[in-house]
Write a protein that binds this ligand. Structure first.
Ligand code: OFO
Length: 171
């Protein structure tokens, strides 16, 4: 059984994961319209992953005697200044998510809720990977600069880059 305090904190995280999913969905749609099919697929996939992060929290809340609340969501931006600012926003957003996960972990320790603490470790590792991936994409975009050919190749290869970062092969 989880405490009311942990339930509230986990529901705030449900909201944040749902917002993440919406933001990446908006980014996916914009990049698709702009003709970046690879980047768009990458963002659609990330949007789906964030929804899974949200679902995992809802299921955990409900299994532990709490209630996962489905939140209302603000409309994300639907236009972006370019691919690099877009990925800078992704990175900043993921850093924000990591900060919130760390706060949650801290609350669990204070409340001596070791079960939820254990459950959250998956999110802690996931955040390391997500931040690393966004940083790698930004590094590549810095190298590319204004080179349209480079951007074309990144758009073509971004899903391969993601596999390499998750496997620890692109450091
Ligand atoms: Fe990328 O945020 Fe979920 O955990």
């Amino acid at each position: 059984m989880i405490s009311a305090k942990i339930e509230k904190a986990l529901n705030q995280q449900v909201q944040l994961e749902a917002e993440s999913s919406q933001i990446y969905l908006a980014m996916a749609s914009w990049t698709e319209v702009e003709g970046y099919n690879g980047i768009s697929n990458f963002l659609y996939k990330h949007s789906d992953e964030e929804r899974i992060h949200m679902l995992k929290l809802i299921k955990f809340l409900n299994e532990r005697g709490g209630h996962g609340i489905i939140p209302a969501l603000p409309q994300p931006a639907f236009k972006y200044k370019g691919i690099r600012p877009l990925f800078e926003q992704v990175l900043n957003h993921e850093i924000h998510v990591s900060t919130e996960i760390n706060k949650l972990v801290d609350i669990c320790l204070k409340e001596k809720d070791y079960t939820t603490h254990n459950f959250l470790q998956w999110y802690v590792s996931e955040q390391i990977e997500e931040e690393a991936l966004a940083r790698r994409v930004i590094d590549k975009l810095k190298l590319i600069g204004d080179d349209k050919g480079g951007l074309y190749l990144l758009d073509r290869d971004i899903l391969t880059l993601e596999t390499a970062v998750s496997a620890g092969r692109d450091k």
